[in-house]
Each structure stands twice: as structure tokens, then as C-alpha cells.
Design a protein around this ligand. Structure first.
Ligand SMILES: [Zn+2]
Length: 290
């Protein structure tokens, strides 16, 4: 789907589960440069839907860190918890259209299925208010097109499964929340880490179920720690060193294979970002970590 006549609207959507770390800086920087190099809008949304993972004040720490690094964003910062009525409406529509159903399967049972749901509850007509809710997936598409990763094929059993929209404990799934939020905010391209590449197929299917064109996708290489794990708040990635924000930015630019030069650290963070916007080259972004 193309959006050639629309202005570019991008976003950075961190979860407030800890301070900004190098992995989330990559997503912030990549989405920022991509948007600003096209004179686009760049929004910030705090993805706090999974309240069990939220840490108090992590949102203001993240925003402060972005400010120290020279980032500026458009409009007010939004929060997923402000959108709970939108998620409820979307679920209602999908249930009414027979595109969703109640699922009573326990987490332990789902774990045994190794990531692909077997549709056990599909025809049981369970009360969606008393159970989890799944998408009734009738689609066979399993390919996404990505501005950095190119054509990405996903295993058909994974792509075609009935994925979760709402957990049994009442928490809205990432897939549903992110689609509804991005529609609400008019996002034209989603730029984020490649750990979300496979679940993109389910988001694409949800856009179609909501009769809405899906955005473009751009998945950045993941920053890994020395043992090969994704840098994330869950595995205790170190917060960024903000005493020398210039050096931190330059490291992130190097990671994305964007131009830097000797003496760049003498500039202000805002000037580094201005230079990087003017010289941004999406073709140079590596698919994977170097
Ligand atoms: Zn089930």
C-alpha cells in the first residue's frame, strides 16, 4: 500500500519498563532520522498497555534522556492507557463481525503449543467477557515488505494462526494496541526493532480486518549484548551514559551505518542530529547487526 500523497508521520513508542538504553535509542534515532529526512512528523507514544511491566517515572526518564540527546517531537506525548476505550470498541467490532472469539486456554497449555495456537476454542462460542479473545484468522498471507529487510517470508502456520487480541487477565495484546494506536495517530510508516518483524504479519492482517490500509514497515537491526541477546529492559540493559550525549549519539549512528566524521563530538547533540538528518541514508542501514 502506498501513501505517496500523504505527509510522512512516524513515531517512537517506548514501553516505560526502564530507562532509555542503547537498543531503544536505536529505534528512537532510526525513526527520527527517517521521519525528519522526509520533512515528516515524529510523535512519541508511551506503550504502557502491559501495566505489569511499567515502572514508575520511567516515562519521564525516557523523555528527559531524549531531550538531552537533542530530539524534538511533535504534539503532546500520548499514552496507550488513554486509548482503552478505542481498544474496547475495536474488540467489539471484531466480535460482532465474527472476526474474534473467546479462548479459555491457559498459559501453560499455550506454552506446550510452541508459539502456534491450534484453534482449540474456535467453535466453542465461549463468552469473550469471561475469557481471552483471539482473532479468527482466515488469511493465508505470510509475506511482508520492509524498507530495510526487504521481502520477509514468515512460516505459514505462525502467520495463519488465531493470535491473541486480549489476554485472559484482561491485558490488550501488543498486536491489537499498536494497530489501533497507529491508525488513531495516522502513522504512515512504522520504524522499530527487528524483534517485531514476525508479528508484523498479524498487525497487517488486523489492519485489513479493520478496513484500513496498513502503513509501510521498516525494521532496524537489533542491538545485542555480548552474549547475543537483544538489549532490552527485561534483560537489564544498562541505561545510556548521558554525561557525553554526543558520544552516545555517534555510537548509535555508527550502529545504523550513518555518516559520522572526526570531531563530530564537538557539536551539540541537536547539531549532530541536524547533520544526520541532512545525510540520512536508509540504504546504508544494515539488515542485521554488523
Ligand atoms: Zn483456546
Amino acid at each position: 500500500m502506498t501513501h505517496s500523497n500523504q505527509p510522512y508521520i512516524g513515531r517512537f513508542a517506548p514501553s516505560p519498563s526502564g530507562e532509555l538504553h542503547f537498543g531503544s535509542l536505536i529505534a528512537a534515532l532510526g525513526s527520527y532520522l527517517r521521519a525528519r529526512s522526509q520533512q515528516g512528523i515524529w510523535r512519541i507514544r508511551i506503550d504502557d498497555i502491559d501495566s505489569t511491566r511499567c515502572i514508575k517515572n520511567a516515562d519521564s526518564q525516557i523523555l528527559n534522556a531524549l531531550e538531552q540527546l537533542g530530539f524534538t517531537w511533535d504534539g503532546a506525548v500520548t499514552y496507550q492507557h488513554q486509548h482503552t476505550n478505542l481498544y474496547a470498541e475495536a474488540l467489539e467490532r471484531l466480535l460482532n463481525n465474527n472476526q474474534a472469539y473467546g479462548c479459555q486456554c491457559s498459559r501453560r497449555k499455550l506454552k506446550n503449543l510452541q508459539g502456534v495456537y491450534n484453534g482449540a476454542c474456535r467453535f466453542l462460542k465461549l463468552d469473550p467477557n469471561q475469557n481471552g479473545i483471539r482473532f479468527r484468522n482466515t488469511r493465508q498471507d505470510n509475506v511482508i515488505f520492509d524498507s530495510v529487510q526487504g521481502q520477509h517470508d514468515i512460516s505459514l502456520p505462525f502467520a495463519a494462526q488465531d493470535f491473541t487480541l486480549k489476554r485472559r487477565d484482561g491485558i490488550i495484546s501488543y498486536n491489537l494496541a499498536v494497530v489501533i494506536d497507529d491508525i488513531e495517530q495516522g502513522i504512515t510508516e512504522v520504524v522499530r526493532g527487528a524483534d517485531l518483524l514476525d508479528s508484523t504479519i498479524h498487525q497487517q492482517q488486523l489492519y485489513l480486518a479493520c478496513d484500513h490500509p496498513y502503513p509501510k514497515w521498516l525494521h532496524l537491526p537489533l542491538a545485542l549484548d555480548i552474549s547475543g541477546y537483544k538489549l532490552s529492559k527485561q534483560n537489564k540493559a544498562k541505561p545510556l551514559d548521558l554525561h557525553e550525549p554526543q558520544k552516545t549519539l555517534i555510537q548509535a549512528l555508527n550502529f545504523l551505518n550513518q555518516p559520522t566524521f572526526a570531531g563530530m563530538e564537538e557539536l551539540t547533540p541537536a547539531s549532530i542530529l541536524r547533520y544526520s538528518i541532512a545525510n540520512f541514508d536508509v540504504q546504508s542501514i544494515p539488515k542485521k547487526r554488523k
